[in-house]
Design a binder for this molecule. Sequence first.
Ligand SMILES: [Zn+2]
Length: 218
Amino acid sequence: MSESDLRPDRGARVSVRITRVGHGQTLYILSLSDHYQGLFTHWKDPHSVYCPDDGTCYWRKCQEEQIWKGYTPVLFWNTSTANWLPTVLEISEKLELDLRGKWKRGQEWVLTRAQELDRKKKPVRGRLAVVQRPSENLPEEFDILPVLSAVFRVAHVKLGKQNPLPMPQTMLPFESAAPKALRPDDQAPASPEVLQKLRETLVGGFKLPNDPKNGRKP
Ligand SMILES: [Zn+2]
């Protein structure tokens, strides 16, 4: 009896595809490579087409309309079969900013994408959940080129393009007084006691129309 005969159905071989995180989805992944690699695409509704980015691209506004995408071999947790399945993760320009400088083989990441409730596309966000899983018997990284060639229907897909998005600049907030326009008297709001005193002063100083002091006769 061979080893494959002993495997349950859920251990059957699976074809490797590209996985994207859809709106409202969460994906748990395990990285198999120390790297991800990128290429340029163009959006030709309803799917992306490969851009060779070498002067031979047929796209009319090639340079202005390039969309970067990254790819890397990973395992994703399949809840229905309760095991890790191989797939090629597609990394968007925004998601790459979360992975940049951190991505290594053997890491566990949680990728999430908010629901699209207001017709605005929501970006995929990545959070590093486990910096380094015990390497145990983590499968070897596999070649992603055959999968990309099949998806883009191009015999020779070239990788190695960098995400053009720069890292967002981050700075600390400045702790100081609120804008002058929001505090006209430059004072703290009056306490209830102060307000009461103010009311008494106003009532006491109010002159009635028939008050003799007004110089009028009743
Ligand atoms: Zn192009």
